[in-house]
Design a protein around this ligand. Structure first.
Ligand SMILES: Cc1cc2nc3c(=O)[nH]c(=O)nc-3n(C[C@H](O)[C@H](O)[C@H](O)COP(=O)(O)O)c2cc1C
Length: 398
């Protein structure tokens, strides 16, 4: 049976999906401790996982078509081809939401042009003790120290196979797989650990990401050091069938280190760089207390995401663009929660953008809102397609 089809373009007004989300989920997200953040995500993913497995059943397929009809915005001007992948639009789901790839078959129904699955490690991991995900509702932010909880590369492969996805290149949304180092593997053996995961998952991935930037696996960020990163990337690229390879970096790097990665990525012919992961800096929220623990953010471990990360994420992106030039594709992520912010990132040099924390707070309507906002900017600036907007430096115009 054909993949769930794409329906008409709707309007920027609230969809019924958005209204339901606002009514039932919104209140749960409006306070820090109103509901357990991780439990809520897990519940959602369980439901989405079942829907993905059964997406060809008439009832499920009907519901997904309805969802797609509301949230997708088909427009050839928003399509783009990058590192051999064809994206229906430049807005993607960031890594960490669908860690075990359970809903890989249906992310396009939410309007996304691509979804990044994982982080997946070679060994199955339980992650850090709970609570490990905290909402900072007033700041539209989150703190997490999940620690790469995932079922391991081999199980994730089986999960993907069970969903009987179309082959890479044939999918309604591009699927990237984000890879991390298993906690028990030393830095010395990290290249073999990543390589084992990639060997198992490469046939199912449109692209792969070397995640060397999660703050919650001790020592992982050391792999951002130029020599170590080059060794890691070279090891992975030697694997037969290695998909286009990107590197995801931290917002906490010094300028020199960002420059070194940009140059390395360019020289090694990497498919791109993803900027940024969550931050170890507290970005002005040092004294903010977590409702669940009573401790301040300065005292808590974990990475900060959402609105407070926005400024730094943009700075890092700009730096990468200035050093690597327009030939190296960049993916912008961090604090994107409106069409304006998405445009600003693309205008500064991101070919694609990803959403996580903003999507949770704003709800599913954020994707069509962003897509419509991008269409509008193309109109007002007289640009023919979204590729022409990448790095154009033009401001958002109402
Ligand atoms: C709960 C949570 C879990 C995350 N897990 C991962 C992960 O497994 N791998 C990864 O590369 N990034 C992970 N991220 C980082 C996001 O992909 C993204 O880079 C970051 O949150 C900044 O984007 P945002 O401000 O839109 O959330 C996670 C973020 C959150 C909030």
């Amino acid at each position: 049976m054909a993949e769930v089809g794409v329906a008409m373009a709707g309007t920027a007004t609230e969809t019924s999906t958005g209204a339901l989300y606002g009514r039932f989920v919104g209140p749960l997200l409006s306070t820090d401790a109103g509901s357990d953040a991780e439990q809520l995500s897990q519940l959602t993913l369980t439901a989405l996982g079942q829907a993905s497995l059964r997406r060809h059943w008439p009832l499920v397929s009907g519901a997904l078509e309805g969802l797609a009809g509301q949230l997708q915005r088909r427009d050839p001007r928003l399509e783009l081809s990058l590192f051999g992948c064809r994206f229906a639009n430049p807005v993607g789901l960031a890594a960490g939401f669908d860690k075990n790839a359970v809903a890989a078959g249906i992310w396009h129904c939410f309007g996304f042009g691509f979804a990044e699955l994982g982080t997946v490690t070679w060994q199955p991991q339980a992650g850090n003790p709970r609570p490990r995900l905290f909402r900072l509702a007033a700041e539209r932010a989150a703190l997490n120290r999940m620690g790469f909880n995932n079922s391991g590369a081999q199980a994730v492969r089986r999960t993907l196979e069970r969903q009987q996805l179309p082959s890479p290149g044939q999918r309604p949304a591009v699927l990237g797989i984000n890879l991390g180092k298993s906690k028990l593997t030393s830095l010395e053996l990290a290249p073999d650990d990543y390589a084992a995961s990639l060997e198992v998952l490469a046939p199912l991935a449109d692209y792969a990401v070397v995640n060397v930037s999660s703050p919650n696996t001790p020592g992982l960020r050391d792999l951002q050091e130029e020599t170590l990163l080059r060794r890691l990337v070279e090891r992975l690229r030697r694997l037969p069938g290695c998909p286009p390879l990107l590197v995801k970096i931290a917002p906490d790097l010094e300028d020199d280190a960002i420059d070194a990665i940009a140059r390395m990525a360019y020289e090694e012919g990497l498919a791109g760089v993803i900027a940024v992961n969550t931050s170890l800096s507290r970005l002005g929220l040092e004294q903010r207390r977590l409702a669940q623990t009573g401790r301040t953010l300065a005292e808590e471990a974990g990475g900060l995401s959402g609105a407070p990360l926005r400024g730094r994420a943009l700075e890092v992106l700009r730096r990468l663009r200035a050093t690597a030039g327009p030939a190296l594709p960049l993916i912008g992520v961090g604090g994107i929660d409106s069409p304006q912010v998405a445009w600003e990132r693309i205008s500064a040099g991101a070919s694609l953008v990803q959403l996580y924390t903003g999507w949770i707070y704003e709800g599913p309507d954020l994707v069509p809102r962003i897509l419509e906002g991008l269409q509008h900017q193309l109109d007002v600036h007289g640009l023919p397609h979204i590729g022409a907007a990448v790095g154009c430096g033009l401001p958002w115009q109402a």
